[in-house]
Design a protein around this ligand. Structure first.
Ligand code: SF4
Length: 359
């Protein structure tokens, strides 16, 4: 009976009211009844299937706030998946993230709502490429960004994220007793890390199609239009973008920065949904564009999450031998002492160009 808000039953309106509070700036009252029904159906299916949903920071707000049991960056999500007792994991994110969850939780069923949710960065390199790189640079450690496929991780010595890349690179150089490491596949992350350390970097020309499009001119235009706004950039952006920003760090570091400082106006130089999701949790901060959408992340919708749980599709598997080798590289990173806070990039260093050797 439609006796609640938005033409919903009173029970459903009450159940979904806390979510509406967080998404009302991004979802129209016209869209909400359908979304509220889907959110309720998904939460019921989760209980029936003994499932948890891992929602990446780049999911749309109705997914992030409505059905995500764990939200965060890809590695944080995979670690939560391993800790969870649930039998089924639904990855509201892209394929390499589902593989990482499977690598860390081999006994759980890992599902992804759309198998086409890929990643330009992950698809820029294969395990065979890494074997060739190792042949060309024998004796150097291979540090691989977590945004890679399982076969690339299996060829890797240690993984890293944008939050700990500098720490991992310095650890690997010390451990191997070398002054150079291979850091793949994101060229811009590699260049930005090279500016933060004295360790030499050998890089691969992979790019994130979302972050590579930002330019220093975008920042100049934003500063002219919004003189008081603080500009935060992700280290997958080109070096000149970081150099022109007020803060640079991983998605987790950006969230910490906004939550702690609560600046009046913020520009987040990253994927669009990130700002929308942080806004839901840090009201009162004015988030301004520009942002770029990740077409792969946007393949995940409430509808296909519902279908995924209802029909138990699509399962993501990793061959056991490959998963075991990949797990070693991920675990080595997890075993490093965690930074007390997600690392921020030193912008004074970021403004000094340091060359990398591009393979
Ligand atoms: S935002 Fe970039 S790195 Fe993340 S999934 Fe999309 S293309 Fe890949």
């Amino acid at each position: 009976m439609a006796d609640g808000a938005f033409g919903l039953s009173r029970e459903l309106a009450e159940e979904t009211a806390p979510v509406w509070d967080k998404v009302k700036d991004f979802v129209t009252p016209l869209e909400w009844p359908q979304q509220a029904r889907l959110i309720s159906e998904i939460n019921r299916l989760k209980r029936e299937r003994d499932a948890v949903i891992l929602a990446h920071n780049y999911m749309t707000p109705e997914i992030f706030h409505g059905v995500g049991d764990y939200v965060g960056d890809s590695l944080g999500l995979a670690k939560e998946a391993a800790r969870s007792d649930a039998k089924v994991i639904v990855q509201a994110g892209v394929h390499f993230m589902a593989e990482t969850s499977k690598i860390l939780s081999p006994d759980k069923t890992v599902l992804i709502p759309d198998l086409r949710a890929g990643c330009s960065l992950a698809s820029s390199i294969t395990g065979a490429d890494v074997r060739l790189i190792k042949e060309r640079h024998p004796g150097l450690p291979v540090v691989t960004y977590v945004n890679t496929t399982a076969d690339v991780k299996a060829e890797t010595d240690i993984c890293c994220t944008s939050a700990n890349a500098v720490q991992v690179v310095e650890w690997a150089a010390k451990e191997w007793g070398v002054d150079k490491v291979i850091l793949i596949p994101d060229e811009y992350l590699a260049r930005n890390v090279a500016a933060q350390t004295t360790v030499g970097i050998i890089a691969w020309a992979g790019r994130c199609e979302v972050h590579e499009r930002f330019t220093a001119d975008d920042i100049k235009e934003m500063r002219a239009a919004y003189p008081g706004a603080e500009i935060l950039a992700h280290p997958e952006c080109p070096e000149e973008v970081l150099a022109a920003s007020d803060f640079a760090g991983s998605t987790a570091a950006m969230i910490d920065y906004v939550a702690a400082r609560k600046p009046k106006q913020v520009v987040m130089i990253t994927e669009c949904s990130m700002a929308s999701n942080v806004k839901g949790d840090v009201p009162g901060v004015d988030f301004i564009g520009p942002c770029n959408l990740c077409p792969h992340m946007k393949r995940i919708t409430l509808e296909n999450i519902r279908d995924c749980l209802r029909d138990m599709k699509f399962e993501v598997t990793v061959a056991p031998e490959m998963a075991e080798r990949a797990a070693l590289a991920v675990q080595r990173m997890i075993d490093l002492p965690p930074p007390s806070k997600p690392a921020r990039y030193d912008l004074v260093k970021a403004r000094h160009h340091v060359d990398v050797e591009l393979i």
